[in-house]
Ligand binder design. Structure first.
Ligand code: NAD
Length: 501
């Protein structure tokens, strides 16, 4: 019998009282792996109430002790990296090396959270007025919520709760209903690492569970990662309910190829970033912008893409895995058809892709279009599959204008040997993450990851170092330090005695 996943509420892993379940399916075989419950409203209320009680205790625990627990968690995550990656691969189809890499990127955020005593330091200024000093503290908010997408079921929850918890908050995680087994493992390890019960509550579900959390009076802050449409809804509803909200959303990233770039490095970087993880990355490059004579490399790009074959997560030669669901595959095939109808030239067509011994997998082969018009649906929409568009322009200036006209602004890259071109690009381009001869420029968590335009809504203190600002309030104290005539006098007013000469 296939297991129904536990939720974690009120101090324990337990079965939800709900009767509605969401199937979790291996996308390479359609085998049913588990069912995720649609957590009831009463259970969510209990989760929030017990998270709040946990917060009241946790906020008094010294930062150094909080960090010691986070260090244990970080070590446990490292020890169990393969085990987590195996669960992740089974439910997402991601090839094992990719899954391990994803878990590693999450571990790096837990590492960063161990730096919280320094990151939470406030500011001081002496004598801001006569006898007056001012200093500020960062204090935790209370109950914070994380709503996460399917494409990184380990890394993205780990972007959020290690920092929130290290700051002294409690956290409610509502992961994607499409791959909820990995988050269950992460939360199980969290408690194994010795954290007090109730600091993280894990609730499964979809839209209704999210909407209930967005309206809950005790919830102070909401971190969301997912599609533009849902992100806009979460941002609007969350802020309407006067919550602090940050939403990292969809993308259509462009990679610019200058004629002086190293051809082999460029093509290899482009292939990996366009079809890696089956194109299901918010930092995937889905538009290749060929400047001037570099357009002569388009056929080489097609040949390189053609040998990047999908396959099962534990296969020897697979470059990437299946799409997450049948619906996702159908959606991508719809875009490929639409591209042809709208007049783009399909140089490589992955619609009929099959993988030996896996006839039921959600496979889409690498696909390349050229002769693109910016009004085409395949250009305007995020396809989120292994589909790359080759656009040709005459100059770097045109490439930058094309990118800046895009409604998305998550990431972008340029491949060039020219310092001048790189400098102009990094200075003028409108996107949150910029790569120079780097195809997927995701920063480590001692920097921050944001997005511009429709790729981000709300509080810009996202991921990594700056997220500490999202998960805390600043409290500024202004105090008068009274003077007395004697060093031995005990001051009748607060604080201390200062001897006057
Ligand atoms: P999604 O928006 O469908 O789902 C994200 C979360 O929202 C899930 O937990 C889901 O249960 C919940 N949800 C879905 N519909 C909802 C609704 N109507 N109301 C309230 N909640 C709802 O996203 P996805 O398909 O899981 O993930 C892929 C998307 O995420 C892509 O657009 C990708 O670009 C984006 N993404 C962005 C980043 C980033 O850093 N900018 C990172 C990863 C993924």
């Amino acid at each position: 019998m296939v297991q129904v996943l536990d939720i974690y509420i009120d101090g324990e892993f337990r079965q939800s009282d709900c009767t509605d379940l969401i199937p979790v399916v291996n996308p390479a075989t359609q085998e049913l792996l588990a069912n995720a419950p649609l957590t009831t409203t009463a259970e969510i209320d209990l989760a929030v109430a017990s998270a709040y009680q946990a917060f009241l205790q946790w906020r008094t625990v010294p930062a150094s002790e909080r960090v010691r627990m986070m260090m244990s968690y970080q070590m446990l995550l490292k020890e169990k990296q393969d085990e987590i990656a195996t669960i992740l691969s089974q439910e997402t189809g991601k090839i094992f090396a990719d899954a391990k890499g994803e878990v590693w990127r999450g571990i790096e955020v837990a590492e960063q959270a161990c730096n919280i005593p320094s990151l939470m330091m406030g500011e001081t200024a002496e004598n801001v007025a006569r006898e007056i000093n001012t200093y500020s503290y960062l204090q935790p908010l209370g109950v914070c919520v994380g709503i996460t997408p399917f494409n990184f079921p380990a890394m993205i929850p780990l972007w959020m709760y290690p920092l929130a918890i290290a700051c002294g908050n409690a956290f409610i995680l509502k992961p994607s209903e499409q791959d909820p087994m990995t988050p269950n493992k992460l939360v199980e390890l969290f408690y194994q690492a010795g954290f007090p019960k109730d600091l993280i509550q894990l609730v499964h579900g979809g839209k209704d569970q999210v909407n209930h959390l967005l309206a809950h009076g005790r919830v102070k802050a909401i971190s969301f990662v997912g599609s533009v449409q849902v992100g806009q809804h979460v941002y609007r509803r969350g802020t309407d309910n006067l919550k602090r909200v940050q939403c990292l959303t969809g993308a259509k990233n462009h990679l610019v190829i200058m004629p002086d770039a190293d051809k082999d490095q460029t093509i290899s970087g482009l292939v990996g970033s366009a079809v890696g993880a089956a194109g299901q990355r918010c930092m995937a490059n889905s538009v290749a912008v060929f400047v001037g004579e570099s357009r002569e490399w388009i056929n080489d790009l097609r040949d390189a893409l053609a040998v990047a074959r999908p396959g099962p997560w534990d296969g020897e030669s697979a470059a990437y895995g299946p799409q997450i669901s049948r619906q996702a595959k159908e959606r991508i095939l719809g875009y490929i058809e639409k591209g042809k109808e709208e007049g783009a030239t399909c140089l490589l067509d992955g619609s009929e892709c099959q993988v030996e011994n896996y006839p039921l997998g959600n496979w889409v082969g690498p696909t390349l279009f050229s002769d693109i018009d910016v009004a085409m649906t395949i250009y305007t929409d995020e396809i989120f599959g292994p589909v790359l568009l080759a656009v040709q322009v005459d100059s770097l200036q045109q490439a930058i204008e094309l990118i800046n006209d895009s409604p998305y602004g998550n990431g972008t890259s340029i491949f060039t040997a020219s310092g001048g071109a790189a400098r102009k690009f990094q200075h003028e381009v409108e996107a949150g993450q910029v790569g120079i001869n780097v195809p997927i420029p995701v920063p480590l968590p001692f920097f921050s990851f944001t997005g511009w335009k429709n790729s981000f809504y709300g509080d810009q203190h996202a991921y990594g170092k700056q997220a500490v600002r999202f998960y805390t309030e600043t409290k500024t104290i202004t105090s008068r330090w009274f003077r007395t005539d004697s060093a031995t006098d005990s001051a009748s007013e607060p604080n201390m005695t200062i001897k006057l000469r």
